[in-house]
Design a protein around this ligand. Structure first.
Ligand code: FES
Length: 116
């Protein structure tokens, strides 16, 4: 699906997929410009985090999900997809969380406004 933007003065929401593309065992990977985003279903609620592992740049969505946790496919760092917090495994920083919502079955993420 091609990302579709809705912009106002405070935020920018971009459609990245449809609700039926994400379930607890299958996160959705999206790319908007240079930003990689992973969208996860935890008990029916969607969460979005940066999709690049801060340790060595693997795509976290290609890792292993277990409830609210995602394990990096390369060296097994584990993150909480609800908070982006690094929980265990290879030492590295947390990953950023990204606001996500569902509107008429479309998944939208809120991107930070462009830097001036
Ligand atoms: S790339 Fe993710 S733990 Fe190394």
């Amino acid at each position: 699906m091609n990302p579709k933007k809705e912009t106002n003065s405070m935020s920018e929401w971009t459609t990245v997929g449809t609700r039926n593309q994400v379930d607890p065992d299958s996160p959705l990977a999206a790319k908007i410009g240079e930003q990689h985003i992973g969208i996860y279903d935890v008990d029916g609620t969607l969460h979005a985090i940066e999709d690049i592992c801060p340790h060595a740049h693997a795509h976290l969505t290609q890792g292993f999900t277990d409830g609210c946790e995602i394990e990096c496919p390369l060296h097994n760092a584990v993150f909480d997809v609800r908070t982006g917090k690094h929980l265990r495994g290879e030492p590295c920083s947390d990953v950023a969380t990204i606001p996500v919502r569902v509107v008429d079955a479309r998944i939208e993420v809120q991107l930070a406004p462009p830097q001036a």
